[in-house]
Write a protein that binds this ligand. Structure first.
Ligand code: ADP
Length: 893
């Protein structure tokens, strides 16, 4: 290697924020270049291309050696060694992935000219900075998962979120309430989030929570990038417009500030055209069924609570897509179930069609299976990072589209027709790509050979010269053997000396004078001749010319593809949607799912519903259950029953089926009808929130507060064992009051699973409340005649048996005296509890404090209060009559 690294004062480089000063030591030009670039890339690791290696120096070298497990060496001339660690250029992808996965940013400095031709130091520059949220290389991305970069703005009154997926061109903003920002973020699960560098405040805490929940990388950006002025300037320059009004924005909003900062970051790190981020979608905070982040987690929609795995989640259960684009789209759909009935019905129509037309479904899926990831390739095309293999795959994919269009058009289903339209019009590009790029093209342009034969006459000619040259060489060898009489003379080639004639030492005496000696080996001597030299120049120049020509031709083809990026992305999106819809049909066919119907009146009717995950894992052992919330009947169900009876499963099942229905998916039920749900809330069990520094009970109450503030009469709420994390009376009181509020004030559809048997009394006080229990049966063992309990998992009307715990304990073999004593204690507790309630109620009433009531009286039912305050044994008949008249006046007239 021509360039050398000079000794350098390491102490000057120990702080990454103050890179080594160029004055610290006499540098070689290459090292000066390194130092200057390292100072520019901030906290990124700098990979500095030198020949066949990407080199790292100083702290970066030590870090890379540690994280990547590569050798740490030292470049030294004199007493100051420079730590150095290098990675071979062809192994970049693997190492890059490791660094990014470990949360580092990596700047890549490339050689911008051929080192052989460079005069002085080779020109180099940072060509991009790779970060977790800006990955585009196929080898660094997970096929089935999106890779989002988020930017957020949040204060006490407002919040804004901008999301970009660099490789698919998605760019959207949403302004929302501060309380909803984390919900949006958790559902989106970005790989990286940008926040204003303030070191404290709501931005920091939101990002911190996200880092914990989704392992998101947090990147702090200069505060000025988030100012309305700067952000607007960045966006105007990016979209090349004078105003953002055309995107539907009349004024800067927090989300636009976030978007501006995000584009600023991309400009800084990507150093390439971002033209494919050409449109900005503005979403409303409540255009979709809202699922807050704890509901998202509790319902295990894409990750299980315990193992954090995909297996066992709703996404896992319903995913029958066959293509990565579809797989990613399905996740987006689940993040945002629809609330617009016509849109849901449009999706359902397509699913029905594919369900009833198995050949169309199979045909579509077969086409999709063989297709390249058009969306990601289109994204790389836009960034001009697509290699020959990408382009050929794109060409092949495009040529498969017309058949798919035919299948979709034949359906005569509105939404499929619209999707078909998006797949049309790309034929010319597909044909060009197939004609231009060789079928087995390499991923990179490095070694040439990717442009197809027959595409360009000049290239074919140059390639002809090369193959002719090979024929010439063997003819030349024969000719020289005849001329010199050296029978074992060979023609060969090596990179250092070029073409040569090799003569074993034994035949040295026969070597003619025109052979010029080049190299001596152990057994042979190598020579060149004038003629061979001439030939070599011809061949090498033809090879060079061919390589350059190939590069130019590929650029031309790429230009054509770049022009069509928006259409390619639209087509890819359509493919993803078709894959989801056909996948839903496949699922419905496999597992006998049915099409839910939507009605106006608030209701939720499920006949023989099954839990989508357990239905698959337990197969036939799963017991289906009904859920009947008819209009104008009970909307709040209190479900009691012993542990492990199936309460949680039942209430989760209802929420999951509603979400599935609004995604457009069919459902595991004999029949389902519902009115559209606007928000779904699930508070299930106590998950490990302790790790976030809050007690479980505190978290439970925060979530209960969110539900009570956020739920509307169109919402669906499922609560599992609320009020468990505190003393019994506290917990019961809270659970009672929360359920009461939901039933009588909010009047949403609600299922409450509880071990507080007292809650079943709600049904006596509120017509909106109904009791259900999970049936169990005692059976006697055939031989031993011992009784045991069998969980039937069947939901039945009414409250569960009150002393169920004791009952179960008896069956479990607790000694008889203990069982008998526990029954006594229970009776005593119940009596004293009832007495207490009564006296509390009387005392309160005497003090004429109408607002405070006994525990189980509804807060606003004054008549019931008054009634509870009366002691019939103690009241005189005349007083009773007067009281009756008074009540009639107050309540019945
Ligand atoms: P609970 O909330 O009452 O303690 P779970 O809902 O957690 O009970 O259910 C306990 C177990 O019972 C589940 O893990 C599942 O294996 C089984 N189960 C629940 N519901 C059903 C059902 N409908 N059919 C078959 N098995 C069920």
């Amino acid at each position: 290697m021509a360039e050398t690294i000079a000794p350098f004062d390491k102490s000057a480089a120990s702080d990454p924020s103050s890179p080594p000063s160029p004055r610290a030591a006499p540098h070689t030009p290459a090292m000066r270049q390194y130092v200057e670039q390292k100072a520019r890339v901030g906290d990124a690791i700098l990979l500095f291309r030198m020949g066949d290696f990407y080199e790292t120096f100083y702290e970066d070298a030590e870090l890379c050696a540690r994280v990547l497990g590569i050798a740490l060496t030292a470049r030294s001339k004199g007493s100051h060694p420079i730590p150095l660690a290098g990675i071979p250029f062809h192994a970049l992808d693997g190492y890059l992935k490791k660094l990014v996965d470990a949360g580092y940013k990596v700047a890549i400095s490339e050689q911008l000219e051929d080192p052989k031709l460079a005069k002085g130091v080779v020109k180099r520059d940072v060509v991009r900075i790779v970060t977790a949220g800006t990955l585009t290389d196929a080898s660094l991305l997970d096929d089935g998962d999106d890779n989002l970069l988020a930017s957020i703005v949040i204060d006490s009154d407002h919040a804004g979120l901008a999301l970009v997926e660099l490789v698919s061109g998605l760019f959207e903003v949403v302004d929302l309430a501060p309380g909803s920002l984390l919900d949006e973020l958790v559902r989106a699960k970005p790989a990286e989030v940008l926040i204003e560098d303030r070191r404290s405040g709501p931005g920091e805490s939101t990002a911190g929570a996200l880092e914990q929940l989704c392992a998101t990388t947090v990147t702090r950006r200069p505060a000025h990038e988030y100012t309305a002025y700067q952000a607007e300037q960045t966006l105007l320059a990016h979209f090349k417009v004078a105003t953002l009004a055309g995107f539907g924005f009349d004024a800067m909003t927090p989300a636009l500030c976030a978007a501006g900062a995000l584009i600023g970051y991309l400009n800084e790190t990507q150093k390439t055209s971002l033209a494919h981020l050409g449109s900005l979608t503005r979403r409303g905070g409540d255009d979709f069924l809202l699922i807050d982040h704890s509901t998202w987690r509790s319902l295990e929609i894409e990750q299980t609570l315990r193992a954090g795995s995909r297996e066992g989640t709703l996404l896992w259960a319903i995913d029958r897509t066959v293509h990565p684009i579809g797989r990613r789209r399905l996740r987006t759909w689940l993040r945002r179930p629809l609330i617009d009935r016509p849109r849901i019905i449009a999706r359902q129509d397509a699913v029905s069609y594919f369900l009833e037309n198995a050949p169309a479904r199979d045909g579509m899926r077969t086409h999709l299976r063989g297709m390249a990831d058009m969306e990601r390739i289109a994204g790389r095309v836009a960034l001009r990072r697509s290699g020959p293999r990408d382009l050929r795959a794109l060409g092949d994919a495009i040529t498969a589209l017309p058949d798919m269009v035919g299948l979709l058009r034949a359906s005569r289903i509105g939404i499929l027709d619209e999707l078909a339209a998006r797949l049309e019009g790309l034929d010319a590009l597909g044909e060009l790509l197939q004609r231009a790029v060789a079928p087995e093209a390499p991923a990179h342009t490095r070694d040439g050979g990717y442009i197809a034969d027959g595409f360009d006459a000049r290239l074919d000619e140059l390639r002809g010269l090369k193959s002719n040259a090979l024929t010439w060489l063997s003819a030349y060898q024969i000719r020289e053997i005849e001329r010199t009489g050296i029978a074992n003379l060979k023609v060969g080639y090596n990179r250092v000396f070029g073409y040569y004639l090799e003569v074993p030492h034994a035949s040295r005496s026969k070597v003619p004078p025109d052979f010029v000696r080049r190299q001596t080996l152990k057994n042979a001597e190598r020579y060149i001749t004038e003629e061979l030299k001439r030939h070599e120049t011809e061949v090498l120049s033809a090879e060079d010319k061919a390589k350059n020509l190939e590069a130019t031709l590929l650029e031309g083809v790429l230009d054509k593809a770049v022009e069509r990026v928006p259409d390619l992305l639209a087509a890819a999106d359509a493919l993803g949607r078709v894959d989801c819809l056909a996948g839903f049909a496949q699922l419905a066919a496999e597992r006998r799912y049915t099409r839910p119907t939507f009605v106006d009146e608030i209701s939720l009717l499920i006949e023989e519903g099954r839990h989508p995950v357990l239905d698959q894992t337990l197969q036939d052992a799963f017991v289906p259950n009904d859920t009947i919330m008819a209009p104008d009947r009970e909307r709040l169900f209190v479900i009691t029953g012993p542990n492990m009876a199936g309460k949680s499963t039942y209430i989760r099942q209802v929420a999951l089926l509603a979400i599935m229905a609004q995604v457009g998916c069919f459902v595991p039920a004999r029949r389902m009808s519902l009115s559209v749900v606007d928000r779904a809330y699930a508070r299930i069990g106590a998950s490990d929130e302790i790790t976030r520094g809050q007690s479980t009970f505190m978290v439970e109450m925060i979530e209960a507060a969110r539900i009570l503030h956020g739920a509307t009469d169109h919402s669906l709420v499922v609560l599992d064992e609320i009020g468990r994390g505190t003393s019994t009376f506290d917990g019961l009181s809270l659970a009672w009051a929360i359920a009461e509020h939901l039933a009588s004030k909010i009047q949403c559809r609600c299922l409450v699973a509880t071990h507080y048997h007292e809650m079943t009394e709600l049904a006596e006080l509120f017509r909106e409340v109904r009791n259900l229990n999970v049936a169990v049966r005692e059976v006697a063992h055939e031989e031993s005649q011992e009784e045991r309990i069998v969980f039937l998992h069947r939901i039945a009307e009414g409250a569960a048996d009150k002393s169920y715990g004791i009952h179960v304990a008896r069956l479990a073999g607790l000694p008889q005296p203990v069982i008998a004593r526990s029954r006594e204690v229970l009776r005593e507790l119940e009596h004293s509890f009832a007495r207490d309630a009564k006296s509390r109620s009387l005392a309160k009433n005497k003090s004429r404090n109408d607002a405070q009531l006994s525990l189980f009286a509804p807060a606003d039912d004054a008549l019931l209060q008054a009634l509870r305050a009366v002691d019939p044994d103690a009241i005189a008949p005349i007083a009773a009559l007067r009281l009756l008249a008074d009540w009639k006046d107050r309540f019945a007239s």
